[in-house]
Design a protein around this ligand. Structure first.
Ligand code: DON
Length: 581
C-alpha cells in the first residue's frame, strides 16, 4: 500500500495565478501562504535547470537528442533529432509515414503551444470507405495496407519545429537519424516481438519485407537493421525542407506507390498538408496545473474531465478499493463523452469549455455512487471487441534553459499499415482506423466512435495521444506514453501519483488499470489490482478482466525548482533510456 502522506510542503495552490494569490492574501491564512511563497519559491523561480534531461523509448534516440544539445541545439532541435531517430530505430511505433503531437514550452517568453502534426484523411476519403456491402466495417481495410493510411504529418512537423523553434539547421538535427539509418543498428526484443505480430501484413509489401524481413522471415534479435532508402529520404528532408517530401518528384513517388497498392492519395493531399499550431488546454487538480493537447486529441479533454470529477473526493483518505472504484467511474464518464462529442475541431463543433469545466464535472460526480458501479449500458448500448495493441512512442525533454518538449508520435498499429512506399523507406501509418468507420462501432482499440469522428475528406482523426506538462508550485513534470485507448487512463494514474509528491520513477511504474466506458469492464495489468481490491470492486458490480502483459511505455522528466534537481525515468515495461547531462 502506498504511503499517502505528502512528503512535501504545499505552500500554495495558486502559484500560477498571481491575482488569486493577492486576493487570497487579504485573509490571514492567505497572507501566511503568500509569505511562504515569497520565501520558498520566488528566490528560485528564475533558476534554470542544472542539467538537461531526455527520456525516450530507445537509447539511441535519447543519445541523438544529447548529441544535438551538445552541438548547441535547444530542446526543440533535440526534439527534431529524437523524433527522427525514433522513426529509424523504433519503426514499429512512429515514423515519417505517421504523425504526432508536440507540446512545447519556450522558456524565453513562456510560450506554450501544441504542434498538431496529426495525419488527415485523403481528399478522396468517404465515410463508408471501410464498410462492406451490408454496411459492416471491414477491419482489414482500415488497419492493413495503403488504403488505411492518412496523409503523414511528421515530416512537416519536424521542419516546422526546426524552423520556428530550433536553433540549428535540419542538416545538423537530422544527422544522427541519417547515420542510424545508413549504418544500421541491432534490433531489440521489442522490435522482434512486434515484427512477429505483424509479419503476415509486412509480407504483403515487397519494400517493407525487403527492409524488415530476411527472406520473408523475422530476423533474430541483434540483427543489424539498415535502411538506405529512409536515409536518403531524411537527407532530402534535411536539404529541401517540407517540399522535399510533400512536392515534386518525391510526392509523385509517394502518390504513385500508394495508388498502385490500392490507396487513394493525390498530389493535392500532400501539397495541402499543414501543421496546425493549437492552444493547449489547461485544467487544475489540487493546485496542480495540467497543460494538455486540445482536440483532435481526445486525451486532454478526457484527462481534465476525469481530474475535475476526482477533485470532489479526497482520494488519500478513502480505502484503496473505493479509490480505484471512484477513478474507474471517472474514466467511464469521460470516455463516454469522448464518443459523444469529440472529433477534429476544424470539422465539428465541440462544447470544449463545458467538457473541461468543474461545474460540468460536478454534475457527473453527482451520478457516482460510492458503493455501486454504473453499468455503461445505462449510458448507451453496444457490444464490442476488446482493445489491443501496443505501440506508438513518447519522449520528454528539458534543456538547461528550461525549454520543454512532451511529444507523442504514432503510426498507429505496430508497423502501421505494414505498407512501405517503394523506393522511399517510408512505412505508412494506418491511422484511418482511428476514425469511426461507422458511428457506434469500435476501432482496433475497442474505442467506440461517434458522429463527430466519422470520416470526411481532409479531416483529422481523433487521437488518444496525451503529451503533458504537469506543474505545481515548484515542480514541473513532462510526461506521456503510447498505449492506444489506454493512454488517457495511464496519464490519469501518473498525474495522481505526481499529486502525491512522487518522482518520475514512480509515475512510470504505477500499476495500471483501465476503464473506457465500452467494453464495460475494468482491465488491469498484473499487480494492477490486489485480490482484495478485485473482490471489493466485484461486490460493487464491476466486471474485471486481467491483462496478462504489462502495458504502456511512459517517458517522464521532472524539474524540482525548490531543490533544483532534475529527474528522468523510462517505463520499466519498455527498453527506453532516461538520462541527465
Ligand atoms: O492516436 C491514437 O490514439 C492512436 N493511433 C495511438 C495508438 C497507440 O498508442 C498504439 N499503442 N498501443
Amino acid at each position: 500500500m502506498h504511503n499517502r502522506n505528502r512528503p512535501y510542503l504545499r505552500c500554495l495552490d495558486c502559484q500560477f495565478d498571481a491575482l488569486r494569490l493577492i486576493i487570497q492574501s487579504f485573509s490571514k491564512p492567505g497572507l501566511i501562504r503568500l509569505a511562504l511563497c515569497l520565501i520558498i519559491v520566488f528566490p528560485v523561480a528564475q533558476a534554470s535547470p542544472p542539467q538537461a534531461a531526455i527520456a525516450s523509448a530507445h537509447p539511441l534516440a535519447t543519445e541523438a537528442g544529447f548529441e544535438i544539445l551538445e552541438k548547441g541545439g535547444n530542446a526543440f532541435d533535440a526534439a527534431v533529432a529524437v523524433s527522427a531517430a525514433l522513426a529509424v530505430v523504433e519503426p514499429a511505433g512512429s515514423g515519417l509515414g505517421g504523425g504526432g503531437f508536440w507540446l512545447l514550452h519556450r522558456a524565453a517568453d513562456g510560450k506554450t503551444v501544441m504542434l498538431d502534426g496529426r495525419e488527415r484523411a485523403p481528399l478522396e476519403a468517404r465515410p463508408d470507405m471501410y464498410l462492406d456491402e451490408q454496411g459492416k466495417p471491414v477491419p482489414d481495410k482500415s488497419i492493413n495496407g495503403a488504403l488505411s493510411a492518412g496523409i503523414p504529418g511528421m515530416p512537416a512537423a519536424l521542419v516546422h519545429l526546426s524552423e520556428h523553434y530550433g536553433r540549428l539547421p535540419l542538416t545538423t538535427s537530422l544527422a544522427p537519424a541519417i547515420r542510424y539509418a545508413e549504418n544500421g543498428f541491432p534490433i531489440g526484443k521489442r522490435h522482434h516481438r512486434l515484427l512477429s505480430f505483424r509479419v503476415d501484413i509486412l509480407r504483403r509489401s515487397k519494400a517493407a519485407s525487403d527492409v524488415f524481413l530476411i527472406e520473408g522471415n523475422v530476423p533474430d534479435v541483434g540483427t543489424l537493421l539498415v535502411q538506405k532508402d529512409l536515409a536518403n529520404t531524411l537527407k532530402q528532408l534535411a536539404t529541401s525542407g517540407k517540399k522535399g517530401f510533400y512536392n515534386g518528384d518525391f510526392a509523385k513517388k509517394l502518390v504513385e506507390g500508394v495508388r498502385n497498392a490500392g490507396g487513394i492519395w493525390t498530389l493535392r493531399d500532400l501539397s495541402e498538408y499543414r501543421v496546425v499550431e493549437r492552444q493547449p488546454i489547461q485544467g487544475f487538480y489540487r493546485g496542480i496545473r495540467i497543460t494538455a493537447p486540445p482536440p483532435p486529441s481526445a486525451g486532454g479533454v478526457g484527462l481534465i474531465e476525469m481530474l475535475n470529477i476526482l477533485s470532489g473526493y479526497d482520494l488519500q483518505v478513502v480505502d484503496e478499493s473505493t479509490r480505484k472504484h471512484l477513478i474507474v467511474e471517472a474514466m467511464r464518464r469521460a470516455y463516454h463523452d469522448r464518443e459523444r462529442f469529440l472529433g477534429d475541431p476544424d470539422f465539428v463543433t465541440i462544447p470544449l469549455q463545458r467538457l473541461i469545466s468543474p461545474n460540468y464535472a460536478a454534475g457527473l460526480r453527482a451520478s457516482i455512487r460510492p458503493d455501486r458501479a454504473l453499468p455503461s449500458d445505462y449510458l448507451s448500448h453496444a457490444n464490442l471487441p476488446e482493445p489491443d495493441g501496443e505501440n506508438t512512442t513518447h519522449f520528454s525533454i528539458l534543456d538547461k534553459e528550461g525549454n520543454r518538449v512532451s511529444a507523442t508520435l504514432s503510426i498507429n498499429y505496430p508497423f502501421g499499415s505494414g505498407f512501405m512506399v517503394p523506393g522511399t523507406g517510408v512505412l505508412l501509418n494506418d491511422e484511418m482506423d482511428d476514425f469511426a468507420a461507422q458511428p457506434g462501432t469500435a476501432n482496433v482499440y475497442g474505442l467506440v466512435g461517434g458522429q463527430p469522428n466519422t470520416i470526411a475528406p481532409g479531416k483529422r482523426m481523433l487521437s488518444s495521444m496525451t503529451p503533458l506538462f504537469v506543474e505545481d508550485a515548484y515542480r514541473i513534470g513532462i510526461m506521456g506514453t503510447p498505449g492506444g485507448s489506454r493512454i488517457v487512463s495511464m496519464m490519469l494514474l501518473a498525474v495522481l501519483d505526481f499529486a502525491e509528491g512522487r518522482t518520475p520513477e514512480s509515475w512510470v511504474a504505477v500499476p495500471r488499470f483501465h476503464h473506457q466506458y465500452l467494453p464495460d469492464v475494468i482491465q488491469y495489468e498484473p499487480s494492477g489490482l490486489t485480490e482484495n481490491e478485485q473482490a471489493e470492486l466485484k461486490k460493487r458490480g464491476h466486471k474485471l478482466k486481467a491483462i496478462d502483459r504489462r502495458y504502456g511505455d511512459m517517458q517522464a522528466v521532472l524539474w524540482n525548482k525548490s531543490t533544483n534537481r532534475v529527474y528522468a525515468a523510462s517505463d520499466p515495461r519498455g527498453e527506453g533510456l532516461a538520462k541527465l547531462k
